[in-house]
Design a binder for this molecule. Structure first.
Ligand SMILES: Cc1cc2nc3c(=O)[nH]c(=O)nc-3n(C[C@H](O)[C@H](O)[C@H](O)COP(=O)(O)OP(=O)(O)OC[C@H]3O[C@@H](n4cnc5c(N)ncnc54)[C@H](O)[C@@H]3O)c2cc1C
Length: 624
């Protein structure tokens, strides 16, 4: 890799993106500002909810407290992401006492701004936001000094989101467990490979780690939010967490298992009744690639993950992105939001990109008793989506309409993808990189792509061979069990039909479901009835894919009433989560507002609705 990018990044350069709601008419100009002018609370709440894409702080004066408290109560009732992180009280006299608010129940910070100088206000708000809205990875490093127990009920291998989530559920169920991870911090691929500009692909209600009382994460949650949630999970399970502890083997032993591990360079053995391998499957080590004549390229060649592009100045640049998985689509967004002039995505085949509303609908639309959506609404969504491809000029995946996506590909969720195509700032080219030239990339068929910077997003190797070596099982049941009380709980190869089940686009939803099955059948002989049920079969561990655990779940739900209840509870809770924060009208209002604003952001000037790519989803409201 060329170009030492971390050197380009200095934390002081990073301006946290946040939205200021200015009730006090201070005249201060923040980058993302909403002025509030004599509105009633209900109208304000409706307006704020269309701006749910950035964290909020409010600026106000003391006499506005009753209005603000009403707004806060309404937003809190729906755990809206518009609920602010802080109230800044402007006190022009410099002597007024701060109002006596029950800060704890409000769950926000209260700050005093003495004097009326706007510079001071701007400085204070930016300093607060700069500290608050950055992720501090130190919180992911936990005290690791305690001794390992000799035996526990369950050993969890891996302290990524799956392992930590599992540990909390085991703890809630009163089971003893320990979570072992070879790294010195928790968070798995979120702390290792996510960029600070990354976002969850799945809609928020389906990728929720913590049920918060006041404010849920924003839709398509940010890395900061996910890392903070991971830190909280780690805090809740800290007494069971052992980092820098590498699991070498998990072997059957008597009625349970023996886990062989290395900790402090010592080989240790640990007894357990069961184990959960939460060590990922789909995302292993980054694929290594070296292009011919890389050294000739004059610009930097950056990697698209682990913050390698942080601090890079995208303004006016021609950007070539190699690959078309989720990280490629994300890097296209980051470059465009950062002011890139042109982005070219070079791909061997076109990955599927889905507008946000389609992913939302896939979760928020009611299921029938077989956990399927009505054919009619599926067809309608598909036609709207296809129309969006056509109107924007983006290239459809080659596999359409036979398959929704290519084998092994994920579906990336991005509105900017379509908007940037419409604005002619983004396009895709099919091909593979043959070599680099001074000024760009030469493709296999001789086509030349001029570029100032190249971003490598060629993806990751699978991790399934690691699980096989660790456990010595060559096969897994299609319900994630390797054996009794031994589960491989991990994202698998994304084949056809993935996303067309009650897990939607979320591996976390899959993990939540199977974890409940695991807890229900833990240490009971009834496990045998599970694996002998119709439709439950073994598959080679290295061939695990989404359709296996989808078919396995469907078979369990069909044959076991208690498992059907697990699925029903999960889906009902999730649907409540979705509709509480954004029912369809609220979601559409927010999505539409963001749609127009994104055009203006990319164009660098305010854009009128008529100039924008048509927002084709309004008609969903009429059909509701
Ligand atoms: C930016 C981003 C967005 C994403 N968006 C989505 C989305 O929208 N929907 C979705 O479904 N998925 C999404 N994912 C994909 C992701 O696969 C999962 O959501 C999830 O993060 C995987 O977590 P995990 O805990 O299963 O695995 P990991 O995060 O990989 O954690 C595994 C842990 O196991 C540890 N480990 C491995 N081997 C050993 C060993 N032998 N001994 C000890 N420890 C070991 C590793 O150190 C690691 O910490 C996203 C991922 C990223 C980074």
């Amino acid at each position: 890799m060329k170009g030492e990018v971390m050197a380009l990044y200095s934390p002081t350069e990073f301006r946290a993106q946040f939205r200021v709601a200015d009730f006090a008419a201070t005249g201060a100009l923040f980058e993302f500002m909403l002025t509030v002018d004599g509105e009633d609370p209900a109208a304000l709440v409706a307006r704020f909810r269309t701006y749910a894409d950035l964290p909020f702080v409010y600026v106000l004066v003391v006499h506005q407290v009753p209005l603000v408290l009403e707004v806060l109560a309404a937003l809190k009732a729906i755990r809206s992401p518009c609920y602010p992180y802080a109230l800044f009280f402007v006190d022009s006299s410099g002597t007024a006492a701060l109002p006596d608010l029950a800060t704890k129940s409000l769950d926000l910070d209260i700050l005093h701004v003495a004097g009326s100088e706007t510079d001071r206000l701007i400085h204070q708000v930016e300093a607060y936001a700069g500290a608050k809205f950055q992720c501090d990875k130190q919180v992911l490093q936990r005290n690791n000094q305690r001794d390992l127990p000799e035996a526990v009920d369950v050993v969890v291998v891996g302290a990524g989101v799956t392992g930590l989530y599992a540990a909390r559920r085991l703890k809630e169920k009163g089971l003893t467990c320990c979570v072992l991870d070879e790294r010195d911090m928790v968070g798995g691929i979120w702390s290792r490979y996510a960029n600070r500009t990354s976002q969850v692909n799945s809609s928020e209600g389906a990728y929720r780690l913590i049920e918060k009382q006041t404010r849920c994460n924003r839709d398509h949650s940010t890395t900061r939010e996910i890392l903070e949630d991971i830190a909280q999970l780690a805090e809740e399970t800290h007494d069971r967490l052992y980092l820098q502890t590498r699991v070498e083997q998990v072997r059957k032993s008597g009625d349970g298992y023996e886990v062989r591990l290395t900790r402090d360079r010592q080989a240790v053995r640990l007894k357990c009744k069961g184990a959960i391998l939460a060590i990922n499957d789909r995302v292993g080590a980054p694929r290594k690639i070296q292009w011919k004549d890389e050294a000739r390229f004059q610009g930097p060649i950056l990697s698209g993950f682990a913050d390698s592009t942080a601090g890079f100045d995208w303004r006016g640049k021609r950007v070539a992105i190699v690959g078309m998985g989720a990280f490629a689509v994300e890097n296209a967004r980051t470059a465009l939001e950062g002011g890139a002039d042109q982005v070219t995505v070079i791909c061997r085949r076109h990955g599927t990109v889905c507008p946000k509303i389609i992913d939302y609908l896939n979760f928020a639309t009611p299921y029938d008793q077989d956990f399927k959506h009505p054919r009619k609404s599926n067809m309608r969504n598909m036609l709207l989506w296809k129309n969006l491809y056509k109107l924007s000029g983006a290239t459809e995946p080659e596999c359409w309409m036979g398959k929704i996506k290519h084998d092994g590909h994920t579906i990336s969720v991005s509105d900017i993808w379509f908007i940037a195509h419409h604005l002619k700032k983004l396009h895709t080219v099919k091909g593979t990189v043959a070599q680099m030239d001074q000024k760009g990339v030469v493709l296999d068929q001789g086509r030349f792509i001029e570029a100032d910077v190249v971003v490598n997003c060629v993806g990751f190797e699978r991790n399934a061979p690691v699980a096989k070596a660790l456990s010595a099982y060559a096969e897994t049941y299609n319900i994630n069990y390797l054996d009794k009380d031994l589960m491989y709980l991990a994202d698998a190869f994304i084949d056809d039909n993935a996303f067309n089940s009650f897990f939607g686009s979320s591996v976390l939803e899959m993990a939540k479901f199977y974890l409940e099955v695991y807890l229900h059948y833990f240490d009971t002989p009834a496990f045998d009835t599970l694996i002998s049920a119709q439709g439950i079969r073994k598959v080679p561990i290295e061939e695990r894919c989404w359709s296996h655990y989808i078919q396995g779940a469907e078979a369990l739900v069909r044959q076991f009433g208690n498992i059907r209840q697990i699925a029903e509870r999960q889906v009902a809770q999730r649907t409540r989560n979705f509709l509480e924060v954004h029912d369809l009208p609220a979601y559409l209002a927010e999505n539409r507002r963001e749609w127009i604003d994104t055009h203006s952001l990319l164009a660098g000037r305010p854009m009128r609705t008529e100039e924008c790519l048509a927002y084709v989803f309004d008609k969903l409201l009429d059909e509701k």
